[in-house]
Ligand binder design. Sequence first.
Ligand code: IMP
Ligand code: MG
Length: 404
Amino acid sequence: MGNVSVVGLQWGDEGKGKLVDYLAGQFDAVARFNGGSNAGHTVVIGEKKHTFHLVPSGALKGKELLIGAGVALDPIVLREELSLLPDKVKEKLLIDGRCSLVSPFDKELDVVLEQMRGSSPLGTTGRGIGPAYAMRALRLALRASDLLNNPDSGAPSQLYSRLGVDPTRFPAWVNESKRVVLGLVGDVGSRVVDIGQAGGKVLFEASQGTLLDLLHGSYPYVTSSHTVVSYVPAGLGIPSSEAGEPLGVMKCYTTRVGSGPFPTEIMDSTSDNIRSVGNEYGATTGRPRRVGWLDLVALKYAVRINGVKKIAITKLDVLSEVKEFRACVSYRHMGSETGDFQRSLGHLHEVEPVYESPFTMHGAKYDRELPSQAKKLVDYLEAALGVRVSLVSHGEERSRTIEL
Ligand code: IMP
Ligand code: MG
């Protein structure tokens, strides 16, 4: 096995953080290629819970940690995150100089833009992600490498002022940020290639999920970066041949934080049950996640876009506490049925899910072996999605993982 790219197949929160920590032992480095501190990657070891926002989830395995060019970097959040981790984590960290920075002004703008949307906000994490990537596209962003010189913040400051955000603290923020990244900035793409040439392997860690991808997700209810596997090489600056094998991660039900269409959303008390058993609250914002049944239409789309052949399924233990199991096999819209997510993208708000309930997972108990009910789910998903299930996660603790 060479490099591996871990990507989310739903709306994020599939349990990628746990799997990256679990798999990291077999790799030399873990690299982030997209998103920013909107991510909340949870790793549980024994009784201790760690939430990563910018630091790759391989930190607790002592691996080399790489933050690629595609990441929107908030230096102040990074400083806070590093202060909670052992000093040696910082020694392992390399940040690409091309990372565009997220400033406090981007966060203010995030709030202003949400207010502007009135009664239909996107429900962003408020971490300044949209504005930071917009500044990059406008060619006004400061990048990590700029901090090492004396960046000219004239043009971005002018724009923020015009948009109603006061940028007078800009120079102070630049100085503060410079202290955070000093000694950590380099060329991540080149480092990934060097590791490969020396016979090493890198694990690529996506944040968010395929359905939140800026281009391929449920636009405009998406994040502002690319979450799909084809962005791994672009987000890091490596040849596509180095992106390795994709590993898709999916939860055995669906959740979504923030607004936007969600065809299999559960509107009765079952959603409260799943939310409380599965602790479905945003790791970054603490918001209760919306909960829904498994959506095979959306998953097929995500599998196809990412070219995934191997998947990991997570949170099977949660379904042990739920009487029913449902999987959406097609969408009904204006009298016709379709299994094609793409065809439904324009009217996801209006489609009605068509379910089947081939079995229940209620009462399944997990040990080192997969219980027979879970085997049924594995077979069912392999047949429906045309993939192989290689990992099953049945609890947040690192050890609650079964390799198949
Ligand atoms: P933003 O990325 O903060 O701009 O938020 C845009 C949308 O993506 C909102 O619906 C967020 O709730 C969602 N989102 C962003 N990051 C994550 C994540 O890490 N997990 C789940 N949802 C996310
Ligand atoms: Mg998360």
